[in-house]
Design a protein around this ligand. Structure first.
Ligand code: API
Length: 289
């Protein structure tokens, strides 16, 4: 199969974008992995599919596959690139569109300065919806569930460390660190992901609070490893920081790939994310059957 694609990036989180508005390509998990492969394919953290709406009040469907080929519920940096794609391809004349992912509806808005703002929907704290299963914790850690979910996890060396758990449609665990750059993300990320309390896996954020309106963030993503930026991870980190009393309602999130701005007015309110979305190149590729 020979197909066209567009390579895009949002704060360095990079994507292969496929236009499936005229019909689905029917790709397998192995074919998504091929497209994401940085040696044998195009190379990307995720593959984004732009599809025609199948319900009234929705402009497009938005499908996301991680580099490991698995389909997931949300991708924030990808949502900004989605808006840039449909606008630059003439698939919409609007500066604002509503898209349906497998888990929620997002509102994407093109800004005059070229950035894109996304209404990312509500953060979810109900454990079963994250999902997070406290049965997978050490007994003494479960007691901590009396307050908002800071889970005590055990490191390989037996040390206990805590993560705040929250879903933005996809699962996140946020760990507070003193120095994001010095944090061994490549070892701690997989350690958290291996915990039995995350039955659907988890994206692991490492947040250094710089001030009440600025954080440094690194994310070891489910299905992709450490990425230069993670949009839903930035939202999860800011929501956790606000609920822990460490951050104000508007926060600049500095990542290795660039700056995202996250706003959250509190429980019952949606999270808003603003950031860049860039088209890198158009291409075509033959995908093995
Ligand atoms: N790895 C994530 C999907 C991509 C999220 C990230 N790239 C973003 O910008 O939100 C997951 O498995 O839930």
């Amino acid at each position: 199969m020979h197909i066209p694609f567009t390579k895009m990036q949002g704060a360095g989180n990079d994507f292969v974008v496929l236009d499936e508005t005229q019909g689905r390509l029917g790709l397998s998990a192995a074919q998504y992995r091929f497209l994401a492969d940085r040696h044998f394919g195009v190379g990307a953290d995720q593959i984004l599919s732009v599809r025609a709406a199948s319900a009234p009040g929705i402009d497009f469907e938005y499908a996301i596959h991680n580099a490991d080929g698995g389909e997931v519920e949300h991708c924030g940096n990808g949502a900004r690139c989605f808006m840039r794609f449909v606008h630059s391809r003439g698939l919409t004349a609007q500066n604002s569109v509503r898209v349906q992912t497998m888990e929620r509806v997002l509102q994407l808005n093109m800004q005059d300065d070229g950035r894109v703002t996304v209404d990312m929907g509500l953060p979810v704290f109900e454990l079963a919806q994250i999902p997070f299963d406290p049965q997978g914790l050490q007994p003494e850690a479960t007691a901590s569930w009396q307050k908002w979910p800071l889970a005590q996890l055990e490191s390989a060396q037996g040390a206990m460390f805590s993560v705040a758990v929250v879903s933005m449609g996809n699962p996140h665990a946020v760990h507070l660190v003193d120095d994001a750059e010095a944090t061994p993300v490549a070892t701690l990320g997989p350690l958290v992901q291996s915990q039995p309390c995350f039955p659907n896996g988890v994206n692991v954020g490492f947040m250094q609070v710089v001030s009440r309106s600025q954080i440094q963030l690194r994310v070891y993503e489910r299905g992709a490893g450490e990425t230069l930026a993670c949009g839903t991870g930035a939202c999860a980190a800011v929501v956790a920081g606000i609920r822990l009393g460490l951050l104000d309602a508007k926060v600049d999130v500095d990542t290795h790939g660039g700056r995202l701005t996250i706003e959250w007015a509190g429980l019952g309110q949606p999270v808003r994310m603003t950031g860049p979305a860039t088209t890198v190149f158009d291409g075509s590729i033959t995908i093995p059957d």
